[in-house]
Design a protein around this ligand. Structure first.
Ligand SMILES: [Zn+2]
Length: 288
């Protein structure tokens, strides 16, 4: 799906072709991104670390965390790495591996402190959504591959670093909560739930690129937007999707509507923010 969408982008629109070609290039940003405000620093599991890379001007360094490339931003004060810290990260000291344009390499350490996320107990009436049958499992495995592929996608240019709340509703602080579905432990919650009636418009929170738009067993109708350098936003349980993979979207553009598709207890938008293929707390990127 992602490969084919790049081809479509190349054929259809010159600007998309530029973005799509940049996607093939794993290099980091070389344009000045001074207009972008950096996210709030929170060095906990599920948070974001911002590391000075100690080089100004010239070609951008590259950096990896857990062998995954991280976002590198060109700021007024030189290059900065934005590191998404997975919820599974153990508190302590961790290393960012940096490679400079002259071929030299170094490690920079940063600390991660403990954060206690609350437990969340959810009752799901459709038992198959908690204990899927074999047919469901075939689909779930296919979804997992598609989702993993979407999360790997990164294009070079940063299009936005600061996000508006994507829909009008009541936001929860449930990111990171340790979830139990029908008393059974499951993965921690990787996003912010925003309660809103079915049909409420969902808007792109910043300029971006539609990586994927599809229907998944657990997440229902979903959209993945890429904002550059592996920064992504993800929208789940939608009743309607208004965008297609390969399309550019601008901040404030309607991308779909709130719904109750997939594993839900009611209509809401599940909104995730990803950096280096890990979900981080969306609150750290909100503009207000
Ligand atoms: Zn959610």
């Amino acid at each position: 799906m992602i490969r084919s969408m790049r081809c479509i982008a190349i054929v259809r629109v010159t600007f998309l072709a530029v973005v799509a070609l940049a996607a093939c290039n794993s290099a980091v940003a070389d344009q000045s991104d001074n207009s972008f405000r950096l996210p709030t620093i929170q060095q906990t599991p599920g948070g974001v670390a911002i590391i000075e890379l100690g080089e100004q001007g010239g070609a951008a360094p590259t950096a990896t965390f857990n062998d995954i490339p991280v976002a590198v931003i060109n700021t007024n004060q030189g290059y900065r790495a934005l590191v998404g810290i997975p919820l599974s990260t153990k508190p302590g000291t961790h290393d960012l591996k940096i490679s400079y344009s002259d071929g030299s390499n170094t490690n920079k350490s940063f600390g991660v402190i403990k954060k206690d996320y609350p437990e969340s107990h959810i009752t799901i009436k459709n038992k198959r959504q908690v204990n899927p049958n074999e047919t469901d499992m075939v689909r779930i495995r296919k979804d997992r591959t598609a989702i993993a592929n979407a999360k790997r996608y990164r294009h070079k240019n940063i299009l936005g670093l600061q996000f508006d709340l994507p829909t009008e509703g009541i936001k929860s602080s449930s990111f990171g909560s340790r979830r139990f579905f029908n008393k059974q432990p499951r993965n921690p919650h990787g996003g912010m739930d925003i309660a809103a009636p079915e049909g409420t418009p969902i808007y792109a929170p910043a300029d971006g690129y539609v990586i994927e738009a599809d229907d998944y067993f657990f997440s229902g109708n979903c959209v993945f937007l890429g904002h550059g350098q592996g920064l992504q936003t993800f929208y789940a349980h939608m009743s309607k999707i208004d965008v297609t993979p390969g399309e550019m979207v601008v901040r404030g553009q309607k991308i779909g509507e709130v719904g109750a598709t997939g594993r839900v207890t009611g209509a809401h938008l599940h909104w995730s923010v990803g950096l280096n293929r890990t979900w981080v707390d969306p609150e750290l990127f909100l503009s207000e």
